[in-house]
Design a protein around this ligand. Sequence first.
Ligand code: URP
Ligand code: ZN
Ligand code: ZN
Length: 494
Amino acid sequence: MQDYDLVIRGGTVATASDAFRADIAVTGGRIVALGERLGRGAREIVAEGRLILPGGIDSHCHIEEPPVGEVENADSFETATASAAAGGTTTVISFVQQAKGSGITAGLRDYQRKAARALVDYSFHLVVTDASEAVLAELPPLIAEGHRSLKIFMTYPNLVLDDDHILRVLALARQTGALVTVHAENHAAIMYLTRALEAAGLTRPRHHAWAKPMAVEREACHRIIMLAELLDVPIQIFHVSGAEAAEEIRRAQQRGLRVFGETCPQYLMLTADDLDRPGFEGAKFLCSPAPRTPEDQVALWDHLRLGTLGIVSSDHAPNRFDDRHGKKVRGEDAPFSAIPNGVPGLATRLPVLFSEGVGKGRIDLATFVALTATNPARLFGLAPRKGTIAIGADADLAIWDPGRKVTIRNAMLHHGVDYTVYEGLEVTGWPVTTLSRGVVVSDEDRVTGRPGHGRFLARGPYEAIRPRNRHVTPFDAVEGRLSGAAPAGAGAKG
Ligand code: URP
Ligand code: ZN
Ligand code: ZN
């Protein structure tokens, strides 16, 4: 007679606060007991000498998005989530795109059909590319259905929102209870610099970083923080690339604003020099914002420790390299502005951060768990079901061999992309077995999960997006909630 479906025995359980030796018992896909010498499981996994971490939550991945012109997203939900599982990640949040000028719902329904092939659990951010009356009317039922985060872009020709439309989205988020996530770069400045550089013949991949210097990111961070402050709504700024942008976020946090920051391994590992590799190689490393300097990397580690940046996601952008539907869509002599942006990273996010962060003493293990699982679960409304190891939580677990040395090769990553920016990098520490709701989905680099196992995670209203009204804003007057006090910064009584 077995007491549990599964018992994982003798490992060191690590959470965002503690690490302790315990057996983990799982029944019905959930953790039902943590303790010493637990009873028998129908299946047992011996985890002596291993760390057991909450499965990673990757809250920023581009998966199976519709083609943009001739550029095709190289990952299906099947390949992307196989890659996630192999890298210790058990939940992904990807993007439903609104084609500018049309609605969101039809695209969402189509995307849900594709996501049904996922090997691990998933949720979506809704990308708003124009805040027309029709789109704003479409959103509240979709948010109520469980899509509690919106994504807006402050740059890219087909995606950019101006400040007026940004304010409309922020107001809707405040009224409906959704988190707005932001790609923050100054569009006009980028377009101007791009035209000027290309007219001067400065068109190689390295010039991408010249067209997108830190100042354009810093300004956009400052502006989106101001816009969110006017309405007193929380925001998350995606892929912070260096010191100046992080400092904007830190200042906002010190002023009591709910501004959350994310960075990605590429900004901790790459610099603008990588864009200058010989031939067209630099295109592999081309992403937005652009990789910066070694000093920026040091600053980002500082801000991870300080908590300014609370999440490390992959920003997995699966553009193949040697492919006319990927980085080479316009050939190797194309100007940098024609090269698809982004780097793949679903499988490598955790091992690279573990090795470079925990292994090299830059962050401790609890911070690693917080950055990769617990914080994204809390910020995106997946806690307490996801992101920690606790009784009642889903048994989403990554069993790590903390001493295993692995040289990263693209062939071991299970994604649909033909390269990794970490080819040849030796890491110490590797997720050897990954479980999603108690089911082994990856074991010793073999993906064992099956398409369709992954479930959609609907997100209800949650703590991080609860209206707070700490600051009296002009919007309180609009909503008829001002009782004599003038809005913050407005001077005289209203
Ligand atoms: O370069 C990047 N980051 N590409 C993916 C799309 C985005 O901006 O997040
Ligand atoms: Zn972005
Ligand atoms: Zn992205």
